[in-house]
Design a protein around this ligand. Sequence first.
Ligand code: C2O
Ligand code: CU
Ligand code: CU
Length: 542
Amino acid sequence: MRNRLGLTRRNFLLSAAAFAASTSARAAPRAATDSFVPDVDIELICRRDAVQIFDGRPTQVWRYAGNLLKGPANTLTALPQSYLGPLMRFVKGQKIRLRLRNDLPEETITHWHGLHVPMEADGHPMAAIDPGQTYVYEFEMRNRASFNFYHPHTHEATATQVYHGLAGGIIVEDEEERALGLPSGEFEIPIVLQDRSFDDDNQLGYWGGMHRNMFGFYGERILVNGRPDFRLEVASRAYRLRILNASNARIYKLCWDDRTPLTVIGVDGGLLERPETRPYVMLAPAERVDLWVDFSGRAVGSKLVMRSGEFDGLVPPMAQRMMGGGLTIGDDYPLFAATVTRAMSDSPKLPEKLATIRHYRVEEIANRDSPRPIALSMSHMQLAINGRTYEHDNVMDIERVPVNSVQLFEIFHDHGGGMGMGMGGGMMRGGMMGGGMMGGMGHGMMGGGMGMMGMMDMAHPVHLHGQPFEVLSRTYTGEDEEAYATIREGLIDSGLKDTVLVAPGERVRIAKPFGDFKGRFMYHCHNLEHEDMGMMREFSVE
Ligand code: C2O
Ligand code: CU
Ligand code: CU
């Protein structure tokens, strides 16, 4: 459990000292304030535990355990027999206090992914607390109805801490959504997708060394809500499945085995304006999708299987073959099954209109003519954003943002020549890979050793903390149209997002608001191994 990515901690210690000097957050964990009167008060403990996942020996995990000290009785729901943290249910406008206690053998801090909260409540890595300490978060729920994700954000240890079990879901409700009468109660089901590897003794294995750090961890088994044998028993009526990809690196291509199209009603930042039908949906780490699934008219005993379908082009071909053990990346494999076990005649109808989203007008975007870059690069064991790896207090000018502004960003893959990549990547791309091997000659040709591998391109799920953003455009200028055709229809850019998958060859423009709160807010790749390798930066909102 203690294995770290092979990085030096020197920079971290230096900057931790700087952070402590400037904010004192590192010196003393944040305590509760008397003036804050919470509607909901929760104690959340990070601790070691053992969970019966398979027959035989229980699996040692790290997990969140919750106690509701104050608030509505439905605020916390434990997932049965799962290492996942309790599902939290909040209502827009609630004042929330979360007391995070660290009973782990190492430092930790928790981030509420998707929530729009002040810096002190955002789980900045510099706010990490030592074993035995408690950090108190206090904030008002400003989010619209949505499904969010809480997980550690510990410096260079996010991947291992999440992997060993620290993760959970947060449902936010509001009036606008309630008025729709969407399926609720037992008909609204959270689905948390993860992949894990186990040794012969049922213990988690975080294998893979250097390749794992470079491409991310890919487990050999799919767990849904922490269970290896997850199955839904449903009635013949409409359901709402709220799916979260809480895997470290694995990207899913969600589809039904009988090719029933998916009806998408929401994404990361809540409901879409109207439902959309897709043959499949790509779901990268930290992304969420809200599905309307109607089992009406299906016979009792019939079964529908959700699978991850075949795709190409998101990781270098050699990594695609090498990683993932029995669950090769981009292969077709089952995720879970839903069996109709009882007939029901009354079912809610899918609303034609779901929500109102106020789109940004061009005039509202501060830098409409000169987008700020988020340049993603990968070479020689070096993962970078705008040519730099994470370091605290190392804010570039392009990362300084005025509070209460809307900013235009362009996210793209940086292939050398530009910032910080140097010769290697550029030559590689122009020479050997420029349409020969990647495109024409097909996959499976890239034998290659480490030198070559380090320069190849892969998809990155890019996440920006704080308020969700709007995807304005997505263009593909890559050379492998055939591979791209296996994913393109599954990318949902309507609605509000906080994590966007940027495939090799793509350029994505987003309009991102920075409302209400000044301070330091992270943005990073949500492939957790990439994040821990330093593919992370921070904004200074001023
Ligand atoms: Cu879900 Cu900064 O992360
Ligand atoms: Cu986040
Ligand atoms: Cu990445």
